[in-house]
Design a protein around this ligand. Structure first.
Ligand SMILES: Nc1ncnc2c1ncn2[C@@H]1O[C@H](COP(=O)(O)OP(=O)(O)OP(=O)(O)O)[C@@H](O)[C@H]1O
Ligand SMILES: [Mg+2]
Length: 338
C-alpha cells in the first residue's frame, strides 16, 4: 500500500487541563482535498500546528509523506506549505520582496525563482499589490500573500488554517476556486467555518469537536446517501397525500406546507434511485399540477449541525477558562522551509 500523504495515529495534545486534541487518528491519501471542520475551540489549529511541526504532541504520532513530524521535522517542512491561522506580518517588506525572501529561505533554486514567484503571485491574485508594503494590505490580501507563500517551493502537501477567513464573499469564492485547482496536484487539509462554500470543493470532510473526530466521510459517500424529494402539488391535499403514500418507491410522506390547493411535500425514497420523472408522470396522469420536484441531499451544513448539536444535546459543563500553560507556539514565523 502506498504511504498516505498524511497519517495521524492516536494524536493527543493537552494544554494543562485542557484536552485540545484527544486521540485523533486519520489518514489522507495523496491528492485528496480534505475540509477540516469544527466549531471554535474544537482543536483544528492545534492539530495543524502539530502536523506542521510547530507544536509537539503530548502523545501519539503523525507522519507526512512518511516522515515523522517529531523526529524528522526538517524533512516534513520541506514537503508542506502551511498557512497559519494568523499570517505573520513583516510590515516593512513589500509583497514581492517578502515572497522573494521566503523563496530563498525555502531553498527554491535561484534559476527559475523569479518565474516561480510570479507564478504563485498570479495564482493567488496578488500581482496588483506586488509593490505594496505588507503593513498596508487589507486582511484579505495578506491572506492571499500567505497562500502564495505556501506554494513557493511547490510542496506536495498544503495545510491551510482558515484560508478564507477575513475575505469578502467574492474573494472567498476565488480562493476556494484556487484551492480546488491546487487540489489536482497537492494533498490539501484546510480548515474553515464557511460550510456552503466547502461543499463546492471538497473530496472528504472531517469534523472535529472537543478534540475528537466526530465525522469522517468522503463526498462520494455523502452524495450516495438516501435522498429525499421536495414536491409541490396542486390538487386536493388529502387525496394527493394518500396517493403519494401508495407509491411503491416511497418510504414516507410528510406535508410541509399547505397554501389553498397547493401542498408542499417531503418524500423519502426506499432506495437511492432518482424517482423524479416517474413521480412527475404519475402525478400528471392524475390530472394534478406539479409545480416543483427536487432532490434534497444532506448538506454539509445539515451534517455539521447534526454532529455538533448531538454534542450540545449531551451538554457537559463547559471547561473553566485556563491560562496558557506553555507559551503560544511561535507561529511560523516560518523559519526555513516551512
Ligand atoms: N496556548 C494555549 N494554551 C492553552 N489553551 C490553548 C492554547 N491554544 C489553544 N488552546 C485551547 O485548545 C483548544 C483548541 O484550540 P484550537 O485553537 O486548536 O481550536 P480551533 O478548532 O482551531 O478553533 P477556531 O475555530 O476558533 O480557530 C481550545 O479550547 C483552546 O482554548
Ligand atoms: Mg483555529
Amino acid at each position: 500500500m502506498q504511504t498516505p500523504a498524511i497519517n495521524v495515529q492516536n494524536l493527543s495534545k493537552n494544554y494543562g487541563p485542557v484536552q485540545a486534541v484527544d486521540d485523533v487518528s486519520f489518514q489522507v491519501p495523496h491528492g485528496e482535498l480534505v475540509g477540516f471542520l469544527g466549531p471554535n475551540g474544537a482543536g483544528k489549529s492545534t492539530c495543524m500546528r502539530i502536523l506542521t511541526t510547530w507544536l509537539p504532541a503530548s502523545s501519539g504520532y503523525a507522519w507526512l509523506n512518511g516522515y515523522d513530524v517529531m523526529y524528522q521535522s526538517m524533512e516534513v517542512r520541506k514537503r508542506i506549505g502551511y498557512l497559519p491561522e494568523s499570517v505573520p506580518v513583516y510590515g516593512e517588506m513589500r509583497v514581492r520582496e517578502y515572497l522573494a525572501y521566503r523563496a530563498k529561505l525555502k531553498g527554491v533554486e535561484r534559476r527559475g525563482r523569479t518565474a516561480r514567484i510570479d507564478n504563485c503571485m498570479a495564482k493567488c491574485r496578488v500581482m496588483e499589490v506586488k509593490n505594496r508594503l505588507l503593513s498596508t494590505l487589507s486582511k484579505g490580501y495578506r491572506q492571499r500573500v500567505g497562500l502564495a507563500d505556501t506554494l513557493l517551493a511547490d510542496p506536495p502537501i498544503l495545510i491551510l488554517d482558515e484560508p478564507t477567513s477575513g475575505l469578502d464573499p467574492v474573494q472567498i469564492g476565488e480562493t476556494l476556486a484556487t484551492i480546488k485547482e491546487l487540489g489536482g496536484q497537492h494533498t490539501i487539509l484546510f480548515s474553515t467555518h464557511v460550510l456552503p462554500e466547502v461543499e463546492k470543493v471538497y473530496d472528504r470532510v472531517i469534523i472535529i469537536d472537543k478534540g475528537r473526530i466526530k465525522y469522517d466521510e468522503t463526498k462520494k459517500a455523502i452524495d450516495a446517501q438516501e435522498a429525499s424529494y421536495l414536491l409541490e402539488v396542486r390538487g386536493p391535499a388529502d387525496a394527493v397525500t394518500a396517493f403519494l403514500r401508495d407509491q411503491p418507491d416511497v418510504a414516507s410522506v410528510e406535508a410541509k406546507s399547505i397554501e389553498s390547493d397547493l401542498t408542499g411535500f417531503e418524500l423519502r425514497s426506499r432506495d437511492r434511485k432518482d424517482h423524479r420523472e416517474a413521480l412527475a408522470s404519475r402525478i400528471a396522469a392524475k390530472g394534478w399540477g406539479l409545480r416543483r420536484v427536487e432532490v434534497k441531499r444532506p448538506s454539509l451544513e445539515a451534517i455539521f449541525n447534526e454532529v455538533v448539536r448531538r454534542r450540545q444535546d449531551a451538554a457537559t459543563p463547559a471547561p473553566a477558562p485556563v491560562t496558557p500553560t506553555e507559551p503560544a507556539p511561535t507561529e511560523p514565523d516560518k523559519t526555513p522551509a516551512a
